[in-house]
Design a protein around this ligand. Sequence first.
Ligand code: SAH
Ligand code: SF4
Ligand code: F3S
Length: 466
Amino acid sequence: MLKHEVSKAELLRQKSILKSIYDANYGHDYRYHIESYGCQMNNHDSERIAGMLNEAGYRPADSKNDADIIIFNTCCVREHAELRVFGNVGALKALKDEKPFLIIGVCGCMMQQEQVAKKLSKRYPFVDLIFGTHELFRLPEMLESVLSGDHVFRISGSDADIAEDLPIMRNSTFSTNVNIMFGCNNFCTYCIVPYVRGRERSRSAENIVGEVKKLAAAGYLEITLLGQNVNSYNAPDSGIKFPGLLALVNDIDGVKRIRFMTSHPKDLSDELIYAMRDLDKVCHHIHLPVQSGSSRILREMNRRYTREDYLRLIDKLRANMPDIDITTDIIVGFPGETDADFEDTISLVDEVGYCAAYTFMYSQREGTIAAKIPDQIPPEIKKERLHALNAKVASKLSIASKNYINKIGEVLVEGCDQKPGGMMVYGKMNGFRTVFFPGDESLIGKMIHVKIIDTLNTSLVGQMVK
Ligand code: SAH
Ligand code: SF4
Ligand code: F3S
């Protein structure tokens, strides 16, 4: 057993509790409703919660109002999330008054902040279950306590939380996420993630490959490998690094596409770039958060690369994969950010030409280093900068979209929508571009060759090629 893994005996114990709850629930039609507020990791944790509840005999509810268990899986990366979660949990009071046996649980990163969790528990005594990010695998035991009438409040600092083989109810039948590592060691000065997710810990390559093989056998075509910083993946037993892991996953029959996120620029090695170029199933897309275009601000953020380092990486990526789609995260209004620093961000976006950028106003997170910097930027300036930045990203994107006209690519169809011109399906090409084209539900989950004929604001329009 590896250092961060939960023991098999403990997992079996939790599983047997699920079985006994299942037996007790037999013949009833109990339902659950889960809301995720965070990133893909958070979403994936919700799939695990759903998996465990499913094994305990609960089924998904159509809405909150029909549920016997409601779980909010929270995020705390930005401050406004807190207001929203507190508001939404507060709003459940009326439902709980109506249905006294309703179970309400709140978990996730925000609950890993003990002060916030305590505040929530004090303000809303009707919440039955509060647990932190390291306690997920103990849900069966916690649920058992709640069912016997106890309130549960469980937050630990332990990183020994990698639970292999937990049941997972995946949201899709053809594209899914696989965690390869948990936590983060980078301590970017604005970011709370390392405090709520703990230190970096990688799963063994053998377990990851085993999981992907099972998924491929079940018909999954697209696998997204997840971690806060996948480039520093380091298998605890075999020493396999991320490019090596990609090669192993690339060898699995049935897998058609491999994606991964997130990559930290400081750890993006040449080996990884070559692996992306040479492994046929690895998509030509990289999410490479830059955060700022100013080397001075990057230093203050503790990102450990400069603007020039970042631009060199972009050049190297494009030299090896001319068709690569690059996406990013950017923060505006980091403490002390001057107009000149912000202009550096704008000019970097101009130079790179992102396929998508997730842009955020800096949000002060208690306990982080940047929260203590006196020179906080007023909200009006942050807003102005955000608007200017979004306009720049959009204008670069629409220029780049024109290059796609008449190109043919394969699309993995994700869904369909009724549009004014008729039924359209949509999905991503090998990179990050979303294409809409005429088609119906029967195409969902299929890989279809499409020719691009037009562009929309952020997406492309195509038609099937025979
Ligand atoms: N591990 C990933 C993503 C972490 S959180 C990475 O390193 O890129 C996702 C994004 O939220 C970050 O990339 C950052 O742009 C943003 N973010 C994190 N903390 C923030 C804060 N305090 N204020 C505003 N945005 C923040
Ligand atoms: Fe946060 Fe930085 Fe870690 Fe990403 S790399 S999770 S931004 S501390
Ligand atoms: Fe993700 Fe938010 Fe936690 S971004 S890791 S859910 S703080």
